[in-house]
Design a protein around this ligand. Structure first.
Ligand code: NAD
Length: 381
């Protein structure tokens, strides 16, 4: 069986789906690993490193695609690339099944089996495969460094002969994986940190990192689903959250926003009014840009200045830390691949409690309800 790794071609994407360390593991499972020449260059792995790990290097992208039994990718490949895969092949990567379900049409019509790394269940068994968490960890860390580099003051409190420099104040909105890593990183740099989330359970985690948890009275509203994800809130509950955020934004030097609700537009947390109330020179880094952003004044993929506040909405921070992001992603992918392979052959068990839920389409049949509905709608037009 052949597993293929393409060189990622999206602008700003320096990651690679499998690093040599993982190739070595797969080759030991009697798998042939085909790697496009240059695939790992920006992530610290040369073609020679891949060869040493047991991979075969391809310079012909089309030949690589047409020989793959399993194609592993970071971002969803282009439509013309998907069309070059053979019928029945497996594709695995961040396929964006919830926010761009219609884009999976070529995968369905090509009779491929697709697994979306975003859908790996957040269960104990699947922890080693949880690529969303790995990438959120990298993004949360890097967001703080971006902010620290941009804000016109230092993060730690310093007591010098010239007097005391007060610490910077950082407000982190959304205390999931990215938010908690942002809090930890900002604390390590010495900032005073406040965290906010609609899930009460996040409070304990925020406090355990030495930050203050901002609580808003949501009148006993249910804020999370059985999987631990946030639910979309009522407009009244959202308004209460926004008021609290606006009040704390006044004293913040940096706001990092990370709030998401799976499959929905990112909740709007920082209003134009809140930005107006912020100090001149303060910075917002919005990590929810891919689903519309948490900040009304932000523009996904851009940095804008508004009322003296710099608002950055980077779309791919993990891609800017390619060595470590690739290593983590590659380990997640390899752990998942091991569920699909038995005795060196493809063996897909859809009753497996990780494999089944991660599958968006199996041999041309859309299995995920959201994807199936989106495709039905596409076909009816
Ligand atoms: P996410 O990226 O979907 O969202 C980020 C954060 O935004 C979440 O904490 C969410 O509660 C918050 N949020 C959503 N709407 C909000 C609003 N209106 N205001 C403020 N905050 C809002 O979340 P994630 O980081 O992927 O984590 C989601 C959950 O999954 C968490 O409970 C996390 O602890 C859990 N998790 C479990 C495992 C595991 O058990 N293996 C692994 C990773 C994450």
């Amino acid at each position: 069986m052949k597993i293929a790794v393409l060189r990622e071609t999206q602008v700003g994407e320096a990651r690679v789906a499998l690093v040599p360390e993982s190739i070595r593991k797969l080759v030991a499972l009697k798998i042939r690993a085909l790697v496009e020449s240059g695939a790992g260059t920006n992530a610290g792995a040369t073609d020679a490193d891949y060869v040493e790990a047991g991979a075969e290097i391809y310079t012909d992208r089309a030949a690589l695609l047409s020989s793959a039994d399993i194609l592993v990718a970071v971002a969803r490949p282009q439509v013309d690339e998907i069309r070059q895969l053979k019928k029945g092949a497996v594709i695995l990567g961040f396929l964006r099944p919830l926010d761009e379900p219609g884009a999976l049409e070529p995968i369905v019509s090509q009779h491929l089996t697709a697994f979306a790394m975003e859908l790996i269940p957040r269960t104990t068994r699947a922890q080693a495969m949880d690529a969303l968490s790995s990438m959120a960890t990298v993004a949360g860390y890097k967001a703080v460094l971006l902010a620290a580099d941009s804000v016109p003051r230092m993060f730690p409190m310093l007591m010098t002969a010239a007097g005391t420099v007060p610490p910077a104040r950082v407000l982190v909105l959304g205390a999931g994986v990215a938010g908690l890593q942002a809090i930890a990183t900002a604390r390590r740099l010495g900032a005073v940190v406040e965290g906010y989330d609609v899930r009460r359970a996040a409070g304990e985690q925020v406090r355990s990192l030495g930050a203050t948890f901002l609580e808003v009275d949501l009148g006993g509203l249910k804020t999370e689903d059985a999987g631990g994800y946030a639910l979309e809130l009522t407009e009244e509950a959202m308004a209460r959250g926004r008021d609290l955020i606006a009040a704390h934004a006044r004293t913040a030097d940096v706001i990092i926003t990370t709030a998401q609700v799976p499959g929905r537009r990112a909740p709007l947390l920082v209003t134009e009014e809140a930005v107006k109330g912020m100090k001149h020179g303060s910075v917002i880094v919005d990590l929810a840009g891919a689903t519309g952003g948490n900040c009304a004044a932000g523009v996904p993929g851009q940095t804008v200045e508004r009322d003296g506040v710099r608002i950055m909405t980077p779309l791919n921070l993990p891609g800017s830390v390619p060595v470590d992001a690739s290593k983590l992603y590659s380990r997640n992918v390899t752990a998942f691949l091991q569920l699909l392979i038995k005795d060196g052959e493809l063996n897909i068990d859809m009753t497996d409690d990780v494999v089944g839920p991660t599958c968006v389409t199996h041999e041309g049949q859309p299995l995920h309800p959201r994807v199936a509905a989106a495709l039905e709608e596409l076909m009816s037009h």
